[in-house]
Design a binder for this molecule. Structure first.
Ligand SMILES: Cc1ncc(COP(=O)(O)O)c(C=O)c1O
Ligand SMILES: [Zn+2]
Length: 317
């Protein structure tokens, strides 16, 4: 089955072959790329049963809430080694008081803190580090507001790769920094914001031959999108009315959108839930862009919020 990279820009959509030296920018227009496949026709019921059956298996590839749904991310080549820490398979937690406060609505939480390094980033990281491993990469890098760094450091450690991390000066949670250091990442504090750290990293990446695992790496999105399949499975494939996520770089929101679209196209669901993206008032570029109905991103030059993980003014996704 063919896997290809495709530009996400509506006016371009250029398909490009995934080369060994992987670039995450469109060769024609510089736009972001997504991973697409020529999916075979699935029998959704049969597929659901296969996924369900794997939950009883002891194989690492089946224990993972990402790779259990591997038919949705079929970019592996025959001898690829999967780098997994048994991510995913996180619980759905019913709420009463929070749901009452928020509506009242029937609110259920998909508890992503219940991942190996404590955040949803692990879903995408297992995919991008597996991809890096298949490309023979020895050094991975990212800029991060916190959770991506711990996740990258853990998965790079698991794969035996070196990890280089750019974080904004004194702007990430001490716990997350400690975690990344503990897993052996080389940490560089640079710039006043995530956006600045990320810009600097992107500038030096080609020169140093760094493999970036920020969410502009489209394989991150692939791993991350499996959360939708898991969530639907836990709900007996009945889609909720809304899926609500915080938005920083908007990788997670993009992944959820891609996952839902694909599952609908393949006949797993007939209704797509509305995706609601929450931003802090002081770091709300996506909100501003939509509210102004602007075709161009309206960035926030000095993003501010206590929620450091989403303190981002120029989302990359
Ligand atoms: C706890 C937490 N919430 C939300 C986000 C934002 O996710 P995204 O950048 O995919 O929008 C992040 C990522 O930085 C995070 O760590
Ligand atoms: Zn393009």
């Amino acid at each position: 089955m063919a896997t290809y990279l495709q530009c996400i820009e509506d006016g371009c959509r250029l398909r490009q072959e995934a080369k060994k030296e992987e670039s995450h920018r469109c060769a024609a227009c510089g736009g972001l790329l997504e991973v697409n496949y020529d999916f075979p026709a699935f029998d959704p019921e049969e597929m659901r049963q296969t996924w369900h059956r794997r939950r009883l298996s002891g194989e690492p590839v089946d224990r993972s809430g990402v790779w259990r749904f591997r038919e949705l991310i079929p970019f592996l080549e025959p001898h690829d080694r999967i780098i997994s820490l048994s991510e995913g398979s996180t619980p759905l937690v019913g709420t009463r008081r929070a749901g009452w406060w928020a509506g009242p609505v029937h609110l259920t939480i998909k508890h992503q803190g219940n991942n190996p390094t404590g955040s949803f980033k692990d879903l995408g990281m297992t995919a991008s580090i597996t991809r890096a491993e298949s490309r023979g990469v020895r050094l991975v890098a990212c800029a991060s507001t916190g959770n991506t760094s711990s996740s990258m450091a853990a998965y790079a450690g698991r794969a035996g790769m070196k990890a280089l991390l750019f974080v904004p000066y004194r702007q990430i949670s001490a716990a997350k920094l400690a975690q990344a250091l503990d897993f052996g990442a080389l940490v560089v504090e640079v710039g006043d914001t995530f956006d600045e750290a990320f810009r600097l990293l992107r500038e030096i990446a080609p020169e140093l031959g760094l493999y970036l695992v920020n969410s502009v790496n489209p394989f991150r999105i692939e791993g991350q999108k499996t959360i939708v399949a898991e969530l639907l499975e836990q709900r007996a494939w009945r889609p909720p009315d809304y899926i609500v996520v915080p938005g920083g770089n908007l990788g997670n929101a993009s992944a959820i959108g891609k996952g839902l679209r694909e599952l609908k196209e393949m006949g797993f669901i007939d209704k797509v839930p509305r995706v609601v993206v929450i931003q802090a008032e002081g770091a709300n570029p996506f909100y501003r862009t939509l509210a102004a109905n602007s075709p161009q991103l309206i960035p926030v030059e000095e993003p501010s919020t206590e929620a450091t993980a989403i303190r981002i003014g120029r989302p990359a996704n």
